[in-house]
Ligand binder design. Structure first.
Ligand SMILES: [Cu+2]
Length: 658
């Protein structure tokens, strides 16, 4: 790809974008990080806000559209996927999956994406290339709703009164269970660990048939361990909220805090213990019938929104999957929320004395902590999907849906679905690869062919010892069968985009969806655990061409297979791009001066590495062993957000000065 014209075109597209209507245009830079604790990459923008002291992209549904330009200042290709958002077009890689090489963003180039806002809730941006998410390319996205659905039971005014808090779960510094625990983490540790795991899987002696058809016992530990488990970049994150001054007659009996839990980790599911007076209101961005639960397993990529009615300080603690042992200190992380001015004494039902723990701090007592520690031992399950119900319930029946079944297996150097895997190239290989994108398929790739408007159910049977978390792009799924309850439930389970499939004993679960994405084409469904995805645990949902015979729907591609088809698609796309570029060269030359200046202004071509300690870097330096940093919320947070944006703009201005 000729970088110059493409760069200018991208800059032109980014500059032209704000004129097309819709919401605010936001630019996000993908940059090197400071390499502390293996965080070598980061996302940065002057459009980020602070939510409970944590940087997040915050938009309002009223904006109508989400318009972003990604500028790649990394040495490698990258691509950004917005997890859980279902774009209705994917022809130019709007979904952020590297199906064809030209959809990735080359070093020094930029890409504009634009979505109609049809969803609200908590989502996140992350790189979908190799291990880049693990290296720091993660950013929470909050889409604020106008109001909850009618009849929800919690009103718009109440939700607007709630303070926002984030629990961004992440792990740092991986090592293989089989290897000695490292004292420090190297920047390429994730790649080394993956290589070791592939080597280990390849050495397994059983035949493919055995691992494919048999049932492993549940594993007794994760293949990958981590030195650190973090909430918002720290092991114990303290948030102090500044409730607004209100006249006594308007002062509520409790403060409302909307805690947005987001598992941005690469391998670890967490058991999150909730305060006793909390209510789950959303799962993966979808409204659910408000539900109070003592704890919830949060698999990688999953999100929950929890409304806490706090009469005093409270805590949410998260324990990493610990299988057979009580979680060790480094396997636990927490968010503690306190209030700068006392919450009014008058709780419903009478007065309580100031300083008492109150129901809101149920998790802070030592007995409770002990109980939680003992209860945290175990592995992720999907029982919550038998409990949470969508709101409002949709009258969709999957009784007549078509079914696909996939057996999940490991070993043989890759992770597979029905014995096959699809392995995407590493950024280093893409750098050196020239025109060869180098997607590698093992066996016949699994492909689920659907027609627009059809209903489909997918049964996942886990023949593997490890749990997996399956994420479907472009669609929402509802659970009809969990691994523990094999009776099909009524079709009211929460709509979500990521589901846990527990490990061992051929645990099986069934999820269903409507093929309702108008864009058609290919949509990935894959394990969201980074090491499993990198090792091939991926299948494609493909909308059948209109000309395709109905009877051929279930046939897998013949000898040329998905890999060849992917290669053809990639090549066709490259050729189309080249035609566009050839046609556009005179235009580019004419626009050279103006575009060049404008491009510098938006910062796309400035690839200077900077060392300011911000966001992850700032928080991670305080992550381990040190006293937790306290962040405040409320009015001060909004002001700080604004000041930070201004500082960011100043830094940008300074960068383009000679
Ligand atoms: Cu997996």
């Amino acid at each position: 790809m000729r970088a110059g014209p493409a760069l200018l075109l991208a800059a032109l597209a980014a500059l032209a974008a704000p004129a097309t209507g819709g919401g605010e245009h936001r630019t996000i830079w993908l940059e090197p990080g400071d390499e502390h604790l293996g965080v070598t990459l980061r996302m940065r923008s002057d459009a980020f806000s602070l939510v409970g002291g944590v940087r997040a992209l915050v938009v309002h549904e009223d904006e109508g559209e989400l318009r972003l330009t990604y500028c790649n200042r990394l040495a490698d290709h990258t691509i950004v996927h917005i997890h859980g958002i279902n774009p209705q077009e994917n022809g130019d890689g709007q979904d952020g999956f590297p199906l064809v090489r030209s959809w990735t963003i080359a070093p020094g180039e930029s890409k504009h994406v634009q979505y109609a806002l049809r969803q609200t809730g908590t989502y996140f941006l992350h790189s979908h290339l190799f291990m880049q998410q693990h290296h720091g390319l993660v950013m929470p996205l909050i889409i604020r709703e106008r109001a909850p659905p009618p009849g929800f039971g919690i009103g718009a005014a109440e939700l607007q009164r709630a303070h926002d808090a984030l629990v961004l779960l992440e792990e740092r510094c991986p090592y293989r269970e089989a290897d000695p625990k490292p004292a420090l983490c190297a920047s390429d540790q994730a790649e080394q660990v993956l290589q070791g795991m592939r080597h280990h899987w390849a050495k397994v002696e059983s035949s493919l048939e055995e691992t494919f058809q048999g049932c492993s016992d549940a594993g007794d530990g994760l293949d990958v361990q981590f030195l650190h488990h973090l909430v918002n970049g720290q092991q114990h994150y303290n948030l102090t909220i500044d409730p607004p001054q209100r006249p006594p007659q308007d002062t509520p009996a409790s403060e409302l805090v909307r805690v947005r839990i987001l598992n941005g980790a690469s391998m670890t599911s967490y058991k999150v213990f909730l305060p006793s007076n909390s209510t789950i209101i959303k799962a993966d961005g979808s409204w659910v019938v408000p539900q109070s639960l003592p704890h919830v397993w949060v698999g990688v990529g999953q999100r929950y929104e929890v409304l806490v009615r706090a009469t005093s300080a409270f805590m949410l603690s998260a324990a990493a999957e610990s299988f057979t042992h009580v979680p060790l200190p480094h396997e636990r992380a927490s968010l503690r929320v306190a209030f700068n001015t006392p919450v009014p004494d008058t709780a419903p039902g009478g007065r309580r004395s100031r300083g008492s723990s109150g129901s809101g701090s149920s998790s802070s007592g030592s007995t409770d902590v002990l109980d939680q520690l003992l209860a945290a031992t175990g592995t992720a399950d999907d029982s919550i999907d038998g409990v949470l119900e969508q709101f409002p319930p949709e009258a969709v029946s999957f009784a007549d849906a078509e079914n696909y079944t996939y057996r999940i297996t490991g070993h043989h150097g890759y992770m597979s679905l029905n014995g096959s895997g699809v392995i995407f190239p590493e950024p280093a290989a893409m750098r050196a690869g020239g025109g060869d994108y180098g997607v590698r398929c093992v066996g016949q790739p699994a492909e689920m062919v659907v027609r627009y408007g059809g209903k489909y159910c997918v049964t996942l049977i886990n023949a593997d010892a490890d749990a997996h978390v399956f994420h479907l792009h472009g669609h929402e799924m509802t659970t009809v069968e969990t691994s523990s309850a094999h009776a099909r439930r009524s079709q009211l389970a929460a709509w979500r985009d990521s589901v846990v499939v527990p490990g061992g004993n051929c645990a099986r679960r069934t999820v269903c969806f409507v093929a309702d994405n108008a864009a058609g084409g290919y949509w990935p469904m894959h394990c969201h655990m980074s090491y499993h995805l990198a090792a091939g645990m991926l299948l494609f949902l493909r909308y059948e061409e209109q000309s395709e015979a109905r009877g051929a729907r279930r046939e897998l591609p013949e000898a040329d297979g998905l890999c060849a088809r992917l290669a053809r698609l990639s090549r066709a796309h490259e050729l189309a791009q080249e035609k566009v570029r050839d046609w556009s060269i005179p235009l580019v030359v004419l626009a050279l001066m103006g575009a060049g200046a404008a491009c510098v202004a938006v910062g796309c071509v400035v690839r200077r590495r900077r060392k300011q300690a911000r966001y992850y870097n700032m928080s991670l330096s305080a992550a381990v062993g040190s006293a937790p940093v306290t962040h405040s919320s409320g009015e001060r947070e909004r002001e700080e957000s604004e000041r930070e944006r201004e500082r960011e703009r100043e830094r940008e201005r300074a960068m383009v000065m000679p």
